[in-house]
Design a binder for this molecule. Structure first.
Ligand SMILES: NC(=O)c1ccc[n+]([C@@H]2O[C@H](COP(=O)([O-])OP(=O)(O)OC[C@H]3O[C@@H](n4cnc5c(N)ncnc54)[C@H](OP(=O)(O)O)[C@@H]3O)[C@@H](O)[C@H]2O)c1
Length: 306
């Protein structure tokens, strides 16, 4: 019997990557944009979900602007914490599942080894704190019915993200400067989408997993590989110099974790996922960008990624 899986935040880069793949049986996917379902609006959540009657929800909706979350914490918490509580409460009352996406920003970055899912969280700012609160709301309100997937440095050919920003800046400027003392793991939204669909195929359970494409590096190192692949794909016309700088030379409203690599081994094993390689996954997105006009359409920087 077909069941409905509802995806929130349908304009997110993750939802757009989910939509490129067919939902596995028994699911029939239904995507709702913010205009159709504002997860922060409790009465709208109840009304829309009662009508749609999903058996599972994938929550990709989030307030992802890390620096803006400092100046508008109430908005960030309304979406990232209360919004998740709204969804989880409905799931509990209606025996539905919830797959929720969270972030490496729940960590303070003081570790020197990849964070395991059980590692202690200590967010540095409002974005990370609100996302962590969302995780906890989910566990409280939807016990044994929810899973949290934490990802880091998410990018794709859609939306705004570090890869697209780097390509655009490398075309526009004679030199760019990129931070070399923050270490993390790039994650293609496509491989995250593949893992989510695999999770949806399995049994519900309360779980927490980490996901990325298997390489830990600095933003500077990531930018150099983006340049190499961008040149090879014809997205860049020249080898724009990249200067390595420290976080102190690139002040942001809120500090980023200095080290946010996460250990994905449990997700690999539990869901029998292919051990994706970050260079190959970057290459898929670079090739998609080279095929289409999406680079030019992008504006600004994905704040979760920089
Ligand atoms: N981007 C990263 O580097 C990164 C890293 C780790 C984890 N994550 C997490 O991964 C998930 C997906 O990220 P992403 O980069 O794909 O997201 P994204 O492209 O930034 O899109 C977020 C989407 O959420 C929607 N949204 C915001 N508030 C909403 C609300 N109240 N109700 C419904 N929808 C709302 C936005 O709608 P509008 O289009 O109308 O603004 C937008 O389409 C998020 O949970 C994020 O926290 C992201």
């Amino acid at each position: 019997m077909t069941q409905t899986i509802l995806i929130t935040g349908s304009a997110s880069q993750l939802a757009r990557c989910l939509a490129l793949r067919a939902a596995p049986p028994p699911w029939r996917a239904r995507y709702l944009a913010r205009g159709e379902l504002d997860i922060a609006d409790a009465s709208q959540v109840a009304r829309v979900l009662d009508k749609a009657a999903p058996d599972c929800i994938i929550n990709t909706a989030a307030h992802t602007a890390v620096d803006r979350a400092e100046s508008e914490p109430v908005r960030a918490w309304r979406v990232n914490a209360e919004g998740v509580a709204n969804l989880a409460g409905w799931c509990r009352r209606n025996e539905a599942r919830l797959i929720h996406i969270s972030t490496d920003f729940v960590f303070d970055g003081l570790s020197t080894v990849p964070y395991a899912p059980g590692a202690e969280e200590a967010p540095l700012g409002e974005y990370g704190a609100s996302k962590l609160a969302g995780e906890r709301e989910m566990y409280t309100l939807a016990p044994r019915r929810g899973a949290v997937l934490r990802a880091s440095w998410l990018y794709s050919e859609f939306g705004d993200n570090f890869v697209k920003t780097m390509l655009r800046l490398m075309e526009a400027r004679d030199e760019i400067a990129v931070v070399n003392d923050q270490i993390g793991c790039p994650t293609s939204a496509h491989t995250l989408a593949a893992l989510i669909w695999r999770m949806a195929e399995g049994e519900p359970g309360q779980d927490l997993y980490h996901w990325n494409d298997g390489g830990a590096m600095s933003w500077f190192e990531f930018a150099r590989e983006i340049r190499r692949q961008g040149l090879a794909a014809g997205l860049l016309r020249r080898e724009t110099p990249i200067r390595a700088i420290s976080s102190a030379q690139y002040p942001t409203t809120v500090a980023r974790p200095a080290y946010s690599a996460m250990d994905r081994s449990e997700a690999l094993a539990e869901y029998n996922m292919p051990a994706t390689g970050w260079r190959d996954e970057l290459n898929r997105v670079i090739r998609a960008l080279a095929r289409g006009p999406r680079l030019a359409a992008s504006q600004g920087v994905n704040a979760d990624a920089t």
